[in-house]
Ligand binder design. Structure first.
Ligand code: DGJ
Length: 751
């Protein structure tokens, strides 16, 4: 195409181009041509110095103001392509106490020049200077990515801000790379990826997720006020306590699927921080990256440091819409097999059945029983290696225990394969028991401060993965395991937090780099293992959900959200999880009753329906099951296979929440292809004979016809066999549920 024709086409597609620079418009055309949807674009207006990023249903706008600061202008629902934004103008100071630097919302800011909110970057230079004032230098746009370079007013400290837009969801990925061109080393003391800004408003509601071991994924909600809410982890890992995710609603919409919501998540599996700060005039700044506590990174001349990725998006369909965007984004842009991750197979795991007491005969028996109900993957959990008879020994020695597996793992793996299942195995490679051959040989390989205690948890210590020799060992030992055995799945566990995070082998001024280098090496090991063993899938586990974030999710196929497998507790645990993460990665086991956590007794059917709202697994001791249990399980596993694509990769609508003393819970999933919708309904405890509330479905095509059937449980007899989407959404369905811990599953199929 010649240039004139190219321009004519562009002007037709993007009328805004007539008022933009030629280069910007060509980029707009290129970005659109290469993206999944023609609606993504990044452009820069050289007259106003305004950047505009559009993707999905979102516009994100900022400009370079007269002071050279990057000033945020707009982030929210997409506006017309013809809308132009005026140049950014720095805000005036608020009296002598609050300079313009503080009142002007900025995209990224160094600590300097009198800035009193949370800065993105803080550096101490060798001469004692700690003042850093960054200004715009240049930018480049390539496809869906914008790089903006900033530099300090006098020192050769460069920061490249990267913005990458997902055309389908409008979710932005931001990071900052600091480069030292000063000729002298300096120490970075605080390093965030980005600041996201929201306009002044007194009615913001903040949501975030908190928890503890076996009690993860509790959704918190609080009004924002002037001041700061700091979410973070100092455990060395993502942590059970708070997850690196937030959402901010404007106003207080009473419905899941209405209202404006900004949301985001960090991709980092080590110490992290997200600070949400409302300033004195009501503006909100959200910063996130490495946790600044005990942080120190010596950047030598010529070196650079990249922050973690900070992802964020906007939905005008409420917190429900925000989750659906996150789920789609994770399935298509985060997971290693994205944009088309495979459906999760139905899995059996031996942990709750056999604990450490594993051997060939016992595992083969469980495998036969699992295969008989339709399980597709058999996983041998902890206890198969080294001297691992309890949690006191063996971690670090990743070879089969010769007493338990005298001929290695092959006989068991062959047996599992002969039953038509793939084979998976448990490992915890970042840890070592002092009672192990590895620790006896390399006591210096663990995190420690010399001549100080080494605090054990679960009788284990943390190997210092930041060390090149430890990184090489961990990679080698797992690579060897996968190279010498036909293993399709690795459950990668991590069962304690850090203590005494010392790294005595490096100079003192570099010891704190352990916080960055450990995690980057963990990612590198997983990346390399995946490259060398492309048919092996990985589960991210940390004593349940202690290490779930968008960083590790780039290298793992599924997640173990909690060690709590009680099916009723799981309703709120699983729902909390889905505020940030897709059910497509959430492994949910059916285990024994009474449940080990709280001794609650529930039916096998109820346990199955609770576990079917994600990736179905079975962790019960099958040796204790009756023929009736096997028959129920066979039926439920078969049912699950007919709805799993919808549950794992569809759109989730939370119709009735299990929280806040609710007697009920209902979740609905609509398949990506629109052909199937399913709803899981639970009655916790029937009171005074109240009927189960009407279920009004969502996300259907109002004019299409859907046939109705109950896969499990009963609806009232007058429910039509088929009706329009409008009928199911407005007239709804009435289920017949009575008693305690009852559940039902309904299905609508589009004709
Ligand atoms: C913690 C995990 O969350 C469990 O599922 C199990 O794998 C144990 N570790 C084994 O030690």
């Amino acid at each position: 195409m010649n240039l004139a024709l190219q321009l004519k086409t562009l002007y037709r597609k993007f009328p805004v181009c007539k008022s933009l620079a030629l280069a910007a418009c060509l980029v707009l055309g290129t970005a659109s041509a290469h993206s999944q949807s023609p609606s993504a674009a990044i452009h820069y207006n050289p007259q106003t110095h305004v950047f505009r990023i559009d993707g999905g249903d979102v516009s994100y706008v900022f400009g370079v103001n007269a002071k050279g600061q990057l000033q945020s202008i707009y982030w929210g629902q997409r506006v017309a392509a013809t809308d132009s934004f005026p140049a950014a103008q720095a805000r005036p100071p608020w009296a002598s106490f609050e300079p313009s630097t503080d009142t002007t919302p900025q995209e990224y800011i160094g600590w300097g020049g009198g800035f009193y909110y949370v800065p993105d970057l803080k550096i101490t230079f060798p001469n004692g200077n700690r003042d850093l004032v960054l200004k715009y230098v240049s930018h480049t746009i390539h496809g869906d990515t914008l790089d903006v370079v900033m530099k300090d007013i006098s020192l050769a400290v460069y920061v490249t801000l990267e913005y990458q837009i997902d055309p389908a969801t409008g979710i932005l990925r931001r990071s900052a790379t600091v480069e030292n061109k000063t000729g002298q080393p300096f120490t970075i003391e605080q390093d965030f990826a980005a600041t996201w800004n929201l306009p002044a408003n007194n009615h913001y509601q903040l949501r975030y997720l908190t928890g503890r071991w076996a009690g993860e994924w509790n959704l918190q909600k609080e009004a924002l006020h002037p001041g700061k809410v700091v979410l973070g982890s100092r455990t060395g890992t993502t942590s059970h306590h708070i997850n690196p995710w937030f959402a901010i609603e404007r106003g207080n919409p009473g419905d899941q699927d209405t209202g404006a919501v900004w949301f985001g998540a960090l991709g980092w599996s080590g110490n992290w921080q997200i600070a949400i700060e409302q300033d004195q005039i009501g503006q909100v700044r959200i910063t996130g990256g490495f946790n600044p506590f005990d942080f120190g990174y010596l950047l030598k001349p010529g070196q650079s440091l990249r922050s973690p990725y900070f992802y964020a998006g906007f939905s005008h369909h409420g917190i429900g819409g925000a989750s659906r965007l996150m789920h789609r984004f994770e399935l298509t842009r985060i997971l290693p097999e994205g944009p088309h991750p495979k459906l999760r197979p139905v899995l059996y795991d031996s942990w709750e059945a056999t604990g450490f007491n594993v051997d060939v005969a016992g595992q083969e028996k469980l495998a036969e029983e699992a295969a008989s109900i339709g399980v597709e993957r058999f996983v041998m959990d902890d206890g198969w290696f080294g001297e691992r008879d309890t949690d006191h020994a063996g971690l670090g020695d990743w070879w089969p225990n010769p007493k338990k597996f005298p001929h290695g793992l092959k006989p068991l793996i062959d047996k599992v394969h002969s039953l038509g299942m793939s084979f998976g195995i448990w490992v915890e490679p970042e840890m070592v028991n002092p009672d192990s051959q590895l620790y006896r040989k390399h006591p210096d390989w663990v995190l420690n401060f010399p001549n100080r205690p080494r605090s054990e948890a679960r009788n284990q210590l943390v190997l210092n993965l930041a060390r090149p020799d430890v990184k090489a060992y961990v990679f080698h030992v797992i690579d060897h395991l996968l190279s010498t055995n036909d293993i399709s799945f690795v459950k990668w566990d991590y069962n304690r937090n850090w203590a005494e995070p010392g790294w005595p082998a490096v100079p003192t001024d570099q010891e704190k780099e352990v916080y960055v280098k450990y995690i980057r090496n963990l990612y590198a090991i997983l990346r390399e293992l995946r490259a060398r063993h492309p048919n092996v899938e990985f589960e991210d586990c940390s004593g349940g959900g202690g290490r779930v974030d968008l960083g590790i999710m780039r290298y793992t196929d599924e997640v173990w959200p909690s060690d709590n497998t009680d099916p009723f507790d799981r309703l709120s645990i699983q729902q909390g999880f889905t505020y940030a993460y897709t059910p497509g990665v959430m492994m949910d086991w059916v285990t024994g009753s009474p449940n080990w956590v709280n001794h609650r007794v529930t039916s096998l059917q109820y346990r199955f329906l609770s576990s079917m709202e994600g990736s179905l697994g079975i962790g019960a001791n099958l040796n204790k099951w009756t023929p009736q249990d096997f028959a129920t399980a066979r039926k439920m596993v078969a049912q699950y296979k007919t709805v799993r694509a919808t549950v794992q990769q569809g759109a989730l609508y939370r119709l009735i929440s299990p929280l806040h003393g609710s007697e009920y819970a209902v979740n609905e999933y609509v398949n990506q292809n629109g052909k199937q919708a399913v709803a899981f309904a639970y009655l916790h405890s029937s009171q005074k004979g109240w009927p189960f509330p009407h279920i009004y479905l969502r996300g259907l095509d109002p004019s299409a016809t859907y046939t109705f059937r109950m896969l499990d449980g009963k609806a009232y007899a007058n429910t039509p066999a088929s009706a329009s989407g409008a009928y199911w959404m407005h007239v709804g369905v009435q289920l017949y549920l009575r008693g305690d811990f009852q559940a039902a599953l309904l299905e609508l199929d589009r004709q």
